[in-house]
Design a protein. Sequence first.
Length: 831
Amino acid sequence: MILSGGLIAAAPAQAAEGAPAITEVAFDSSTVQNRQTTWINAKWEIPAKAVAPARIVLPLPAELQGNTDSFPMMNGQDPIGTCVVTKTEVVCSVDDTFISENSFKVKGGIRFEVTVNVAEGTTGDKNFEFGNLSATVSIQPSGGSCTENCGLAEIKHSKWGYYNKETDTILWTVQVAAPATGIAAGQKIRIWDSLDLATFTPIGKPVLYSAKSVHRDAGNGTMTGNFAHDSDSVVTYSDDGLELSFTSLPGLGSDYHGTEQEEVGLDGRFYQVLWTVKVNDLGKAGTYTNEAGYEIAGEPTTGIIGEAKRQSGSAWGIGTNFGAFELTKKIDPSSTDQIAAIPQFQVRYSAIDAEGIATSDTFAVQADGSFESPEFIDGTTVTIEEILPNATNAIIWQAPVFDVQQGPGVSFVDGKLTLKFTKENNNLGKQTQIVLTNSAELQTGSFAASKRIVNSDGLVISPETTFSLNYSYPANTELGFIAGSGTLELPSNGDVVVSGKIPVGAELAFTEEINDGAKTLGGTWQENKTVLPEALTITGSPDPISVELVNTIERSMGGFTVAKNLSGSGIGHIGAGEEFTVNYSYPADATLGFKSGSGSVQVRSGAPATVTGIPFGANVTLTEDAVDRQGIDHQSSFSLNNFTIDSDEPVEVLLTNTYELQHGSIAVRKQLAGTGAGLVSKDASFTVDYSYLAGIGFEGGDGTLTVPADGNTIAIDGLPFGAVVTLSERTPMPVPGASWAEPVFTAGGKDSESSMTVTIDGKGAVEVSLTNTITADPSPKATDPKETPAPGAALGLAATGAATTSALVGGGIAMLLGALVLAAGRIRRHV
């Protein structure tokens, strides 16, 4: 273990019964310099009943030298023995009278000073043996270690004193300030000490010391003066011995170098003066000061103050012829966990000593606290009893229980403990330990709670649904209980649940939490829950107080909102503000307790429609009534068409209707009529121009169509619904020997000459017949001299030779032109 910085170890030798034994030895500090003093603390005791004479002896190790001293052993203010410190041991003797009167639990301590004297260079932890005990201290080099400015240095003026405890004298030293090379020779110097002659008596005359050189100190590495006593012949003393004067002398010179310890000579000298004085009060004051001064060449230096202390050892010892008790208060925690504050307990003791003198006292002790009694002399009988705290409506304190080691002199009568302190009962010199335990009976009551649910919507509530009824009550310092709280889990079926024990007088407040199982059943619990009764104070009745918790649940309703969006090329055919019918439906759900439902809502573009009143949990399906419109393709698309209502915020649905114009076609078939039809080549073709203006949802367009003469139908495709298409035919290529009439367009039983207008009414094709009438020129009569056929001209009969060739050439040209016209056919549309 560690005591005041030093280490102690080992165990003391077994002392003879009744004799003292050293139990601990420790250094006062953890470190000490070699060649310096330090303090040691020792403890001793007499384990059994002490027997006179009692003598404590502590031998000192060889490397620790006791500083000679003598001091009394004290018991409080009374001396009970004497301790003497020599260089080799410490011896303390205890007075026989003290031992005989205080023979139990005798122990004490000694504090004394030693000088450490280990081998030079020893550092670090050093263990010192004290018989069977040891103590460890860290040895430091004497004076520390110089690390910088370790050469010659100036000396500052100073004064110090050493108190010799053996002779009660002080050796005062006055040091004169000097430069690093010493005080130059030839200086007139006067030194004085202002001794208080009421405090000190000078012994002899002062002594002058000077140093002509310095050397390196082996311990701390600094340069230290080689001081030596100067001859009295060079000194002049005052009659009272408090002053001396002299003329400074030269040193060995800075060129001087000795052979040991780096000795170096000084040009001048360092000076010290020593005064030895007797301390008139023999050290009682402990600390002593006085002032000195000096003058060099007429320049004075004053106010140099020094101090010396008489640090003597000390010792103490105690013993006893008394007994005592220590009473510790305990509280049974199982009976007081709800008590607000444990009171102080009043305990009374009465004592009668052997001479019949009675004393008594009442003391207060807290829970887990203790009380130490005064000492009772041998032969005293002590009776101890407790005064129970006052009961409240909520707390009744039970009779206390004493717990004490049984033995002679211990008895219990009527709830009181009696102790008799005698040597025979072996209870002197120590404290008899008593534990006094109290328990409290908390007066309690309870309440019984049940749940009633108002469910007019017929919601299905799971039988596993529970409700947390939280109750709390504040502390009541008057009645003595702490604040409390608790929770009862109430089932939905109305079963009664009884609370635990609650202090009588507790004023309950209630809150409720509906557990998660009750929050997912498609219903909303209303805030207007009711606790009957609203306020409740616990009584001491053996029957629980009835509490009913009423909750109302209503079906949770939600809905949806439908917004209409129109798109496509055909939306121009939809009337402004036109309404559309959206149908909704949801099936019944026996688990959630609602029937199926359906309905419809009218919605138009830009004006969303909202449907409410649909129960939580309903799985809603949406459809739209389709409206067929001529010439328009229609598609409906819901962003959600099947969803579950699970919030009071409406589900947002976007219904997009796409209306695209249908596209039809015009099928044109060529018919040839007239007497010249046979003159037209089967490979001939005709050019038809068509055009239409922009309409609802489309832009205008135009183009050409090449129709063959062979009667095959040629179609104009991709014509938008509502387009009014105008057809016209370009003049056909001439046919020799024939003439073309105006073309006739026929559609839907109607004819139109030169051009025709056709309206596209959907996806179908409009059949158009284009009739071209060609009339053969009349043949000239043979007798008519005016009609002279050209060479090779056709005369209505088959021709050969040149005539045939002309016809073939004409037909070839017609076919070539027809092909060019066909290649030039085009359609222009603007989308």
